[in-house]
Design a protein around this ligand. Structure first.
Ligand code: AMP
Length: 228
C-alpha cells in the first residue's frame, strides 16, 4: 500500500485531457485572443490549448506555491509581476491542476487588476473539488480523492524529492543511512506506487549527490545519507 496517493500521468493522457478541455471551452463559445500559461505547470496545457483552440498569442506569468512535490508552501506569490496592456483582448489563464486553488486565483486576480483584459476566464486540466477554494471556469477532470499527479514535465524533480523524502523519513523511523540501488527502487515503488524507470532514478540520485544530500560509496556500492 503506497504511503502517498500518486498517479503517473503519461504524455498521451495530457494530450487527451487538453483536447477534451478545449472541446469544453469551444462548446461554451469562449474564444480567447490570448492564453496566459501559469508557470510552470500550465506551460504544456496552455501550449496544447493554443493549438486546439487556434490561438496565436501565448504569454506567461509565474506563480510559486508548492516548492516540493506533494507539500504546500504557505503562500502563493507572483514571481515577476510585469505589466502588459490587454484591455482589447479576451484572456484565458491556464494551469495544470487546481489543488488549494491559491495559485490560479492569485494569477487571475493579478491579471484582472494589472493587465485589465476585456474578458477573463480560467482553465485547468484538473480540479480537486473537495479541497480547492477556487473553481476554474473550465476543467476537464474533477478529482474527488486527493492525489499527487506525477505529470511528465516534473518527473525528474518529483523523483528526486520523493527519494529524498523516503530516505529522510526512513532514517527518522529506523536510523537507516545506507541504501543499495535496488533498495531505493523497491522502496520508491512501494512508497509511491509508481515506477518512473531507470533513467529517472539514476538522474535523481545524481542530483541528490550534487545537492550533497547523499554520497555514493563506491567500495560498498551504496548510497549514504549525509545530512541530519
Ligand atoms: P495550488 O495553488 O494548490 O492550486 O497548486 C499550485 C500548483 O502546484 C499547481 O498548479 C501544480 O503545478 C502543483 N500541484 C499542486 N497540487 C498538485 C497535485 N495534487 N498534483 C500535481 N501537481 C500539483
Amino acid at each position: 500500500m503506497a504511503r502517498i496517493k500518486v498517479k503517473l500521468v503519461s504524455w498521451d493522457e495530457i494530450v487527451d485531457w487538453a483536447w477534451n478541455l478545449a472541446k469544453i471551452i469551444k462548446n461554451d463559445g469562449y474564444k480567447p485572443d490570448v492564453i496566459v500559461a501559469l508557470a510552470r505547470g500550465g506551460y504544456v496545457p496552455a501550449r496544447l490549448l493554443c493549438d486546439f483552440l487556434d490561438v496565436e498569442n501565448l504569454l506567461s506569468i509565474q506563480s510559486q506555491h508548492w516548492t516540493e512535490a506533494a507539500k504546500a508552501e504557505e503562500k502563493a506569490i507572483i514571481k515577476f509581476p510585469y505589466t502588459v496592456d490587454l484591455h482589447n483582448y479576451r484572456v484565458l489563464v491556464v494551469d495544470d491542476i487546481v489543488d488549494t486553488g491559491d495559485t490560479l486565483k492569485l494569477a487571475r486576480d493579478f491579471v484582472a487588476e494589472n493587465w485589465k483584459p476585456k474578458e477573463l476566464k480560467t482553465a485547468a486540466l484538473q480540479w480537486i473539488s473537495p479541497v480547492a477554494k477556487f473553481k476554474p471556469d473550465y476543467y476537464y477532470i474533477e478529482v474527488k480523492d486527493w492525489t499527487w499527479f506525477q505529470y511528465p514535465w516534473t518527473r525528474l524533480e518529483d523523483t528526486y524529492q520523493f527519494i529524498k523524502r523516503m530516505m529522510t523519513e526512513t532514517y527518522k523511523e529506523t536510523g537507516k543511512r545506507e541504501w543499495s540501488y535496488k533498495e531505493i527502487i523497491d522502496g520508491f515503488k512501494e512508497w509511491y506506487g509508481i515506477d518512473v524507470g531507470d533513467r529517472y532514478y539514476k538522474d535523481a540520485l545524481n542530483i541528490l549527490i550534487e545537492k550533497q544530500f547523499i554520497k555514493y560509496d563506491e567500495a560498498n556500492d551504496k548510497y549514504v545519507l549525509l545530512t541530519m
